[in-house]
Design a protein around this ligand. Structure first.
Ligand SMILES: [Zn+2]
Length: 197
């Protein structure tokens, strides 16, 4: 067994998503073996985000400035607004580098089971943002879950008379996906959304 300090580090790392106790232990060993090239830069980076991290008052993104980098980027299209459930979804969508507009983070999804209603999400702020003008298309980029789709339909209703076009993400066969491995719901959705070549 290692010292309490090392065990504490393993413990706190293994609480991170995607890291179990085994991979946390491997990461710790890696950090300890290469202090100068990995441990010290990691400590600096952690401290920098810890002291500077903030939530963007415009879109809800997490960044080190408010407004965030995306909201202040002059190359982005103000007319296009993508609505996502969480910051993780914003980051995932932005990694694809295909969407050139701006974002709005809801802070979750409607869920009767968990007692999350419209007032618990930033839906009112979204409607106000769209009604303030400048946006021509709202992309409702909700997850393909039942709660995600409930949220999507609710927001579409709220924006019905806002004078903007509303689009949604296509659902279907994922890139690299094989039909044999997909569930019936995904195949049915892909069939409904089929395109003429
Ligand atoms: Zn922002």
């Amino acid at each position: 067994m290692s010292s309490p300090e090392i065990e504490a580090l393993v413990q706190s790392l293994s609480r991170l998503p995607g890291l179990g106790p085994r991979s946390a232990r491997r990461a710790v060993l890696h950090l300890l073996k290469r202090r100068e090239s990995t441990l010290q830069p990691l400590m600096k980076a952690l401290e920098a985000v810890d002291t500077r991290m903030t939530e963007c008052g415009t879109c809800g993104n997490i960044d080190t400035s408010d407004p965030c980098q995306i909201c202040t980027d002059p190359r982005r299209d103000d007319a296009l607004l993508a609505v996502v459930e969480d910051v993780a979804d914003l980051w995932a969508m932005d990694r694809a580098r295909l969407f050139s507009g701006r974002y709005h983070v809801l802070g979750g999804r409607l869920s009767a089971l968990d007692g999350i209603g419209p007032d618990d999400l930033t839906i009112a702020q979204l409607v106000a943002r769209v009604r303030a003008g400048g946006v021509t298309e709202v992309v409702l980029a909700m997850n393909a879950t039942m709660e995600g789709q409930t949220t999507l339909h609710y927001i579409a209703e709220q924006l019905q008379d806002a004078g903007v076009s509303i689009s949604t993400l296509a659902h279907g066969v994922p890139v690299g996906g094989e039909l044999d491995y997909l569930d019936e719901g995904t195949i049915a959705q892909a069939l409904r959304a089929r395109r003429i070549l």
